[in-house]
Design a protein around this ligand. Structure first.
Ligand code: ATP
Length: 212
């Protein structure tokens, strides 16, 4: 695994994901090199920003020739932790949870949903839309046995903090939360929130305030 010599900001990590997708597409289209100018244009960024972001990888790229597409893609994949598989467990097989459990892109990107949990007796043990649902009471034992790295929480807001505490006490260090609530986690646990209402509010704001 590549070691970073500097701390990377969240916004840079976000752009690295964007570059990674662009490089995958470029490689598919048989590009062997790409200049910072071209990459910037494709992603509506400035060439200076691209060069600054990619400077994390040391002196990558040759002046005049640009960056080698395949090598740069592989380096970014290493930095983003995409060169290995990640075991994922999901809690809450409601509408959102079952949609996520069936989302094929996760596996393609190396995120393997190995376990799905619920506390509803009608769902537990059943083949719920193609997924065998485990009892939340077996959470700790199963996630440890399956070496789960990341947990997705998709339970209702009122159940989410208690579930989150259970996840943390099972030793999980990375959580993706879909419940519309601010969860509290210890400093050594990474929490990302996916609140779709907030995303829609951003769009509503943009539509209500054109040009802002
Ligand atoms: P549905 O129509 O299946 O109820 P929903 O998305 O409206 O879907 P929610 O009330 O948001 O349902 O609950 C999502 C899922 O979380 C449900 O399957 C529910 O059984 C499950 N759930 C709720 N509380 C817990 C809990 N404490 N532990 C595990 N699963 C839970």
């Amino acid at each position: 695994m590549a070691k970073l010599t500097r701390k990377i900001s969240e916004s840079t990590i976000h752009r690295l994901s964007i570059y990674y997708r662009a490089l995958v597409a470029l490689e598919r289209d048989n590009y062997t090199t790409i200049s910072s100018k071209e990459l910037a244009k494709r992603e509506k960024l400035t060439p200076a920003q691209v060069r600054k972001d990619l400077s994390f990888f040391g002196s990558f790229g040759t002046r005049g020739l640009g960056y080698p597409v395949a090598e740069l893609k592989n380096r970014i994949a290493e930095i983003l932790g995409l060169t290995r598989l990640w075991n994922v467990a999901l809690i809450g097989v409601g509408n959102i949870g079952s949609a996520l459990a069936q989302y094929k892109e996760f596996a393609k990107q190396g995120f393997n949903i190995k376990l799905v949990f619920d506390n509803d007796q009608r769902k537990i043990g059943s083949n719920h839309k193609g997924i065998i649902v485990s009892d939340i009471r077996d959470f700790k034992r199963l996630v440890q046995a399956e070496k789960v790295d990341i947990v997705i929480i998709a339970v209702p807001a009122q159940a989410a903090q208690a579930i989150c505490d259970e996840v943390v006490s099972a030793g999980i260090k990375a959580i993706l939360n879909f419940a519309p609530i601010n969860l509290k986690v210890p400093d050594d646990v990474i929490l990302r929130n996916q609140n779709m209402c907030i995303e829609l509010e951003h769009l509503a704001f943009a539509l209500s305030n054109p040009g802002n």
